[in-house]
Write a protein of this length. Sequence first.
Length: 222
Amino acid sequence: MTTDDADWPAAFPALTEPECLERLRREARPVRLPRGTVVFRPGHPCSSYLMVVDGAVRVQMIGESGREIVLYRVQRGETCILTTACLMTRAGYNAEGVVETEVTAMALDAQPFHDLLARSAAFRDFVFASFGARLTGLMMLVEEVAFGRVDLRLARFLLDRRDAAGGLDTTHQAVAVELGTVREVVSRQLKEFERRGLVGLTRGRIAVHDAAALERLAAPIG
């Protein structure tokens, strides 16, 4: 599916109100963003509301020390909570958005966004439902980073991200960014997993050898 198709609203089933849909068809413009495109950076102003039809945008923060953390990904049928916040407060971004896989999307300029937010209950419900769901996810991330055990989070990450061959093509640094920690911590924990026979480590590859044991480790207590 591409944004050239008249069926792009299929990605947003909540936006079926005729007046809202007609305004979006008239005002929103299709965009295609290749992998690696930086959609926004800290301090950049926000000029449009991006509605992702296909692909994924990774939203991340980079600290002064260079430490990174992935906040969330914006995928099909989703929008960016930071973009929504920036449009509503007319403030600049405080994180970075990078296209992870080629993105096709619809971009709605700031003025039509504010008009629809004021006049369309369906659009308003969609915007705030998306905002609320993403905020809940961010609160869970804060809780995990601040209070969660790295070994449990790493076990869950390996299980969720493994490919059909039962592993991940990634680096220790990339995993650390996903978990909001540092490479040394991830490397140390992976070495421990390897010692216990849970994973196998080769350059650029983590093979999951004992998924059942990782599942038991990642299972919530109680």
